[in-house]
Design a protein around this ligand. Structure first.
Ligand code: FES
Length: 136
C-alpha cells in the first residue's frame, strides 16, 4: 500500500470515528430533562390565570403546573416518558394524557396506562402569597 493510500484510509476512519462521537454527544445533549429548574410564576398575571382555579394548568419552560386545590400545586416535566410528546392535563379525569400514543398518568405522575412505563418527572412547588415557585 502506498503511503498516500494509507493516509486516505486512516483519514476516512478518523472522520467516521469523529462522526460517531458527534452523534453520541448530540444524543446526550438532547436529553429533555431540564436540570437546575427554578422559576417563579406571578399568579396575578393573565398568562397564569389558569392557576387561580382548581384543575387549571400552565406550561412554562417545558414543565406543566397544575392547581390541584387552593394552595396545592403539582409540577411535572411535560415530556411523556414514552417518547417525549407533551402531555396535557385533563381536569375531568384528574390525569395527564399523552396525545401521541395515549399514555395516561395520575395526579401523582404515576403511569395509569401505557405504553409509557415510567412516572413523569416531578418538580417542587412552593406558594408564597401570589408567587408560585417551581424548582428542582
Ligand atoms: S409519546 Fe406519550 S405515549 Fe408515546
Amino acid at each position: 500500500m502506498k503511503r498516500s493510500q494509507f493516509i486516505k484510509m486512516v483519514g476516512a476512519g478518523t472522520v467516521a470515528c469523529a462522526c460517531g462521537q458527534l452523534v453520541s454527544c448530540s444524543s446526550k445533549g438532547n436529553d429533555p430533562t431540564p436540570s437546575n429548574i427554578d422559576f417563579t410564576l406571578d399568579l396575578t398575571q393573565p398568562a397564569n390565570a389558569a392557576l387561580t382555579s382548581n384543575g387549571g394548568s400552565v406550561v412554562q419552560q417545558g414543565i406543566i403546573i397544575v392547581r390541584v386545590s387552593a394552595g396545592n400545586f403539582v409540577a411535572y416535566l411535560r415530556a411523556c416518558t414514552h417518547e417525549g410528546t407533551g402531555v396535557n392535563f385533563q381536569p375531568s379525569s384528574n390525569s395527564f394524557v399523552c396525545p401521541n400514543h395515549g399514555a395516561t398518568f395520575d395526579i401523582s405522575g404515576n403511569v395509569t396506562k401505557g405504553p409509557a412505563t415510567r412516572a413523569l418527572t416531578r418538580y417542587n412547588t412552593s406558594l408564597s402569597g401570589t408567587s408560585l415557585r417551581v424548582f428542582s
